[in-house]
Unconditional design. Structure first.
Length: 130
């Protein structure tokens, strides 16, 4: 399981890369591995206002459909256009194949996200519980 140190993580397996007030969001290596082959991504609308913790997108794999939650509140600035035709990029490069970018309303919400070490610990606890 790859967990880049420079990213922040949500307990629901989304990662966040910060660039000023923009938060680029994707799903973790662990999440894509758990899902299996990803066949479709239903993204939020560009320009859509999102609230931290709300379901904003869906990823469908050969196994199941999984909700994607907003790790921070704000407005969806842009989507990853490559995922419409090639959603399997998420399986191949989970930390490059982002889902969407949020212009954050409140950057202090980042403090509620996990660092790489805390996320790894969370995943280990989750695995032990199953």
């Amino acid at each position: 399981m790859i967990v880049p140190q420079e990213l922040k993580y949500n307990k629901t397996h989304e990662w966040v890369r910060m660039e000023g007030e923009l938060a680029t969001v994707g799903i973790t290596d662990y999440a894509q591995e758990s899902l299996g082959d990803i066949v479709y991504v239903e993204p939020p609308e560009a320009g859509q206002a999102v609230k931290k913790g709300e379901e904003v997108a869906t990823i469908e794999s050969v196994k199941a459909a999984s909700p994607i939650y907003a790790p921070v509140s704000g407005k969806v600035e842009r989507l990853n256009p490559l995922l419409e035709k090639t959603p399997e990029l998420i399986n191949q490069k989970p930390y490059e194949a982002f889902l969407f970018v949020i212009r954050m309303a409140d950057p202090s919400q980042l403090a509620g996200l996990l660092d790489a070490e805390a996320y790894e610990s969370h995943v280990e606890q989750e695995k032990a519980a199953h």
